[in-house]
Structures are given as C-alpha cells and as structure tokens.
Write a protein that binds this ligand. Sequence first.
Ligand code: ADP
Ligand code: TYD
Length: 204
Amino acid sequence: MSKKGLFITFEGIDGCGKSTQLNLLSEYLKSEGLEVVITREPGAKGLGEKLREILLNYEGEVSSNCEAFLFLADRAQHIDTLVKPAIEAGKVVLCDRHTDSTIAYQGYGRGVDLEQIKMLNRIATSGLVPDLTFVFDLDVEISQMRVGKTKDRMESAGDDFHNRVRNGYLEITKQEPERVKVINSDDSIENIFEKVKQEINRLK
Ligand code: ADP
Ligand code: TYD
C-alpha cells in the first residue's frame, strides 16, 4: 500500500477531443518509463459494460435521478475493482470521464441537486479525488460537428443541454482551480497536447 501512482481524469462535452489527448498522454508517459492504465466511465469492463449499454442506448424513458444513480453505480464498481488497485500498485491511471461528468451532465445539464451529487460522488469513490483533471473546453457547435451524425442517447440531448453542461464544467474549474485545468480546445491537436504536457510537468 505504500507505493502510490497518479489518477488523472479527462473531461468536457462530447467530441471535445479528450480521448485524443488521453491517448497522446499515455504514449508520452510510457515513453518516460511509467506504467499507464487507460480506462473510462461509464463502462470500463464487466458489469460496467452492461451499465454503459443501458446508459447510452436505452430507448425508453430514464428519469434524471435514475440516470445519475446508474452512472454512480458504474463509478463505484470501477473505482473499487480497477482504479484503486492500479493506483496502489504505483500505476498512472488515465480516466476518460469521472465525477465531474456527473456534476456537469446530471447536475448542470439535467438539474439534479449539485450538493446531493457531490455527496453521492464521495460515496461512489470512497473519497478518492483525482490528482489532476483536464477540462477540454469547446463550442457546442464545433463539438457536435466532431461527434458526427451517429449520436447516442446522451449526445442526442440537444444544444441547450450541452451548453448547460459546458457552463457547468467552467463553474467546476472556477471552484477547484488547483485540481481542474481548463484548456481551450478550439486549437490544433499538437498545441492542445503542449498545454497538457505543461500541466503534467508541474505534477512531477
Ligand atoms: P471525445 O473523446 O472528447 O469525444 P475525441 O478525442 O474522440 O473526442 O475526438 C472527436 C473527433 O474530433 C475525432 O474524430 C478526433 O479525431 C477529432 N479531434 C480531436 N481533437 C481535435 C482537434 N484539436 N481539432 C480537430 N479535430 C479534433
Ligand atoms: P462516451 O461515448 O464515453 O462519450 P465521450 O466519447 O464523449 O466521452 O459516452 C459517455 C456519455 O455519458 C457522455 O455523453 C457523457 C455521459 N456521462 C454522464 O452524463 N454522466 C457521467 O457521470 C458520465 C461518466 C458520463
């Protein structure tokens, strides 16, 4: 238990470019000799994959509270079975979406009470907080173009919803400037990655 790795999360509206940057960072850190684990919420593996299928593809009505609890259930399973063991083994865990997604999407986007989500996030993570979080900020119009025509249940929620989510992320960034770094993502992949590296080098 004495060795401790790092936990870095990637956030932003759909199509903001976070997976692209996560993969670049993974290659960079591996080239520096670090052991890297790439994962995601919802649906890293096993039970999580089933929850992801429901969350992204279920076609009937889903209440906002139900949606929040399903994302939180996925998170609890993911943190306990995959993230914590990896961090305790000294690995660097790069996670595509985490607690801030629930605050931004279910809180700011759907209107679920923010304090309740924060409390439930603490339960789902047993208090584990990322060492660093990137928020890739981008206009909804540009991000929707990047997502393309095939949209899942969350991606189809409309521009007003995604604008509330985007503003939610910017609020989170203001509230926790030490942990959460916002990067303007209306830029080239290379320029954005330079900014990611600058933040990573500050952690070292
Ligand atoms: P996310 O994980 O946030 O949904 P992705 O990294 O999968 O986003 O990127 C969505 C799409 O946009 C992909 O086709 C990707 O190649 C492209 N993309 C990513 N970053 C940029 C960028 N900076 N400029 C233009 N296109 C980008
Ligand atoms: P995904 O395909 O992983 O989207 P992306 O490539 O944009 O990351 O789908 C995850 C979707 O689930 C995305 O629309 C955001 C949403 N989501 C929430 O609404 N709340 C959450 O807590 C999480 C983790 C994701």
